[in-house]
Design a protein around this ligand. Structure first.
Ligand SMILES: C[S@@+](CC[C@H](N)C(=O)[O-])C[C@H]1O[C@@H](n2cnc3c(N)ncnc32)[C@H](O)[C@@H]1O
Length: 323
């Protein structure tokens, strides 16, 4: 069995009926994504979107393509923040799971995959992916001198799963860092290449994920029940198998990134502190009256702490390509 199938199998969520690292089990059950923390993340992202609209000269047809949109939480909070580009904005929320798409908010074009009709000769706008690329399958590799071997999984005579390494043709290894790569993330690489060269005609690609800047630091990890879960081949289906995004490798596909910053710095750049301060003032003014607006305002402080936590979401990387 190809290793990629093993990763997908480990991600299969029988309740949802599709492959997803974002269900209730594993790492994601314990650590929610930034859009799920609350509306503050989307509010800051809406500012980044407006900044790009301004940079492009406020075009009339300005497209945001969010891929791996999940239930639409990011889209919902971006739209709720009433971005200045709103009148010109076409928001395409691309999500492979129909169960998740059913939750998408009004105001977005909800798609199972990116249809060529929707992007014509390429969009003017922004491609956005939060925690998508770590969901794509990867293959562990092993070096034998200058030659590389790819992992697949077999069943031993005693019924245990075992990893088998096999050599692959040279042309499949050109994008790997010699002797340093521990995984092949071709699907993620092809995704950024495709978006940068065929989907965005003019604009920006923004990828947010847990990642490493240096190939040699990338690690395959497993999670279940609030913690690390050891050997990926043992108790298959009960644990999440994941890997850091290799930003060095991704840039071999999409070209050098324009900026790579930690999420907490990126949010700072787009004014998270102002939004928290605004929330504090609203709370002080409205606390006695109560109500939803006051509670939302108060919650910004707690949300900002989670989003900027250096040991958690704040330590994720935001990688941007200006195209
Ligand atoms: C970890 S979830 C993140 C959801 C959302 N972006 C967030 O941050 O809360 C990843 C999502 O990507 C979706 N996904 C995975 N591969 C995809 C693909 N090739 N096209 C569209 N959606 C995909 C999964 O179904 C899942 O909903």
């Amino acid at each position: 069995m190809p290793y990629a199938d093993l990763v997908n199998l480990a991600l299969y969520d029988p309740d949802y009926g599709f492959y997803m690292r974002g269900g209730r089990a594993g790492r994601r059950g314990d650590f929610i994504t930034s859009p799920e923390v609350g509306p503050l993340f989307g509010h800051v992202v809406s500012r980044a979107i407006d900044a790009e609209w301004d940079r492009l000269g406020q075009p009339d047809d300005f497209v945001v393509v969010e891929v791996g949109a999940g239930p639409g939480s990011l889209a919902r909070s971006i739209l709720a923040a009433s971005p200045r580009c709103g009148e010109c904005l076409r928001y395409l929320a691309v999500e492979q799971s129909a169960a998740q798409r059913a939750h998408h908010p009004n105001g977005v074009v909800s798609l199972g995959q990116l249809e060529p009709d929707e992007i014509a000769d390429g969009i003017t706008g922004v491609v956005l992916a939060n925690e998508l690329l770590d969901n794509l399958a990867f293959t562990p590799i092993r070096w034998r001198g200058d030659a590389v071997e790819f992992s697949s999984v077999d069943v031993a005579s005693d019924g245990r799963l075992v990893e088998v390494f096999e050599a692959v043709p040279d042309q499949q290894t050109a994008h790997l860092s010699p002797s340093r790569s521990v995984v092949d993330q071709r699907d993620a690489g092809e995704w950024v290449r495709h978006m940068a060269s065929e989907v965005v005609a003019k604009g920006r690609m923004i990828v947010i994920d847990y990642a490493r800047l240096d190939t040699s630091e990338v690690e395959v990890r497993t999670y279940s029940e609030h913690g690390r879960a050891g050997d990926p081949l043992v108790a298959l289906g009960t644990k999440d198998i994941t890997v850091d995004l290799d930003l060095e490798a991704l840039q071999r596909y999409a070209g050098a990134a324009t900026a790579i910053v930690e999420q907490r710095d990126w949010l700072d750049q787009y004014g998270i502190a102002d939004l928290v301060e605004e929330g504090r003032m609203i709370w002080e003014r409205e606390a006695a009256v109560g109500g939803l607006e006051a509670l939302r305002a108060k919650s910004r402080l707690r949300e900002a702490e989670s989003l900027c936590d250096p040991g958690g979401l704040g330590g994720f990387y935001v990688t941007e390509w200006v195209l």
